[in-house]
Ligand binder design. Sequence first.
Ligand code: G6P
Ligand code: MN
Length: 444
Amino acid sequence: MRLVVLGGGGFRVPLVHARLLHDPDRLVDELVLHDVDPARLRAIGAVLEQQASGASWLRVRTTGDLDTALAGADVVFSAIRVGGLTGRTLDERVALRHGLLGQETVGVGGICYALRTVPVAVRIAERMARLAPDAWLINFSNPAGVVTEAVSAILGDRVVGICDSPVGLCRRVATALDVPYSDAWFDYVGLNHLGWLRGVLVDGRDRLPALFADEQALTSFEEGKLFGAGWLRTLRAIPNEYLHYYYYARETLAQLQEQPSTRGEFLREQQEGFYRRVAERPGDALRLWEHTRDERERTYLAEGRAVSGAGERASCDLDGGGYERVAVALMTAIAKNRTSTLILNVPGRGAVSELDPDAVVELPCVVDGNGPRPVTAGPIPEHCAGLMRQVKAAERATISAAITRSREQALLAMATHPLVDSVAVAERVLDEYVAAFGELADLG
Ligand code: G6P
Ligand code: MN
């Protein structure tokens, strides 16, 4: 089977490659990496070569031509970062200058990132629809929920969005409860980077109440430390780590404004150093990648941990939730018609009655050769449903702005986002984004 990775020179591609190498089914025998930057492709190619250490059944090919990459694809992973890390730092900095959260996927930073990414993702989907109409698109490109919803207008149900945050949360909760992950049903619902784990069924009984009652277990893992036991008991749910930006908006903003550099600035320097060093010493590519990855994972979500005093990341979390695990599990379930349950971003089709059926939501899906089918979520607490609806409205205005090139829709998205407290500020921020990014000039 041929798997194509768009953004194939990206830093996390070796994780996917490692997962394929260890796949007992050897489902993928040809991996095609596409990237617009040949130097990044060369560097990641060197890492993969060393990682394969002679395993020749998994062929790796690189290309800078999109059509060449897509033709004959069975599955496409999209992990593009439009504007690179320089774009990410501008998304962050412009927002922070105006007293708003500057973050990759949340708030005005996420909206600006989506405004830049949606047109590119849509163009890719159009090429895919022509050149590989039977292929599945597994989208990790952020903001994943927005990009998936925009692309579903072209590819229908053949695009599925994924994220590693929900599965990471479920794993950590299973460990805190001391139950095997595979024995539990995780009642998770939300939008991408805006979801809640509301129950954990084992033998048909919800085990979350027992977790709420056990202070030590409740604060033993990342989300427990981030949100605090009191707030989790009040919510009666464990929120996705990204909800920290909403529930502690003021504190996180203050922390970000105080920090000498943003996440994007830190990563830009780190990543530039990595790609430069690999070009200088290609023989050390794998070692350099491993070292850099460890540092990247250790510092993930540092501002949230600083606010809550959560301290260092637990070593068992440094693997992340494993987005490559979710992606390969999804691909395998579809290609082998092997029924699995995964938390994915798909149109709800009525599974979330509080949102319209076309809205892309993040929730458990049963996946087999026919693709994913979302499992009905049941009534959602008002405070969660309200936030989901408000953020979904902002996401939709963002998509509309990106497709129809409407400044009004872009302003509507920014000004009505729950983390924005002033239309005047939204206007100034939008103006600055338009000035910073050439491709947004027509939204000025
Ligand atoms: C998590 C999220 C991704 C996000 C990433 C950022 O894995 O689920 O959507 O892109 O974190 O990590 P970074 O190291 O780039 O800050
Ligand atoms: Mn994510």
